[in-house]
Design a binder for this molecule. Structure first.
Ligand code: 13P
Length: 214
């Protein structure tokens, strides 16, 4: 199997740079993976995105074995476990966006404050309990928080967005950060009223025929 698709590797680097340009990440705090037929491509650990070249992207098998000159992201465990647990996911974006991370520090989920919460798959965007970065425990918490969802917050850490493609995962990462910002803005005034479960279900079925479907 050839895992040297330069365009696929470059698309990961471009997305990393876009995360920082959009303000949803800082420095090298984020990491991105994309599914391969028998493993994944993932960003290397601690490497400035501007210095990354396609050769720096690490290929990892489903058994966690690496090919490449660099070490994989310290968060490779949750990237791999999400791809293993979720056949519907082809890309995983992890970042430390300011508003999502602020909510995660408060150990708060994003409740149904706006109908767009539904784009993450349900009536809220959960916040996974804290565990040390890079651990199996963090990975298990993330996979659980993503059950029936496409995104989650990680307590005292950041956010994960997934998608059927890298573009969709990036789009969702920006949307989650927007919702976190809206929620935190409301909280400065009062706890906002919420949409009902039933309304979110209605929105999800309408979205199936609209631009946000997969
Ligand atoms: P990496 O540079 O190892 O990808 O780690 C950054 C990070 O997000 C740790 O949570």
């Amino acid at each position: 199997m050839n895992h040297n698709d330069i365009q696929k590797r470059q698309a990961i680097i471009d997305a990393c740079r876009r995360m920082n340009a959009l303000g949803i990440n800082q420095g090298t705090s984020g990491n991105i993976s994309v599914r391969e037929p028998d493993g994944m491509l993932i960003t290397p650990t601690s490497m400035p995105y501007d210095a990354m070249t396609p050769e720096d992207i690490v290929y990892m098998t489903l058994d966690g074995e690496c090919q490449g000159t660099r070490q994989p992201s310290s968060e490779w465990r949750f990237h791999l476990d999400i791809l293993l647990a979720r056949p519907d996911v082809n890309a995983v974006v992890h970042a430390h966006p300011p508003y999502s991370t602020s909510l995660s520090i408060l150990e708060q989920r994003i409740p149904p404050i706006h109908y767009m919460v539904a784009v993450a798959g349900g009536s809220d965007i959960r916040c996974a309990p804290y565990a040390t970065f890079g651990t199996d425990e963090l990975s298990a918490n993330a996979v659980a928080a993503l059950q029936d969802r496409k995104a989650c917050l990680l307590a005292h850490h950041g956010m994960i967005a997934t998608g059927t493609s890298l573009e969709k995962a990036m789009w969702l990462a920006v949307e989650v950060e927007t919702l976190a910002r809206q929620y935190l803005t409301c909280l400065q005034i009062t706890e906002p009223p919420l949409l009902s479960e039933q309304e979110i279900e209605r929105v999800i079925s309408r979205m199936a025929n609209y631009g946000h479907q997969d």
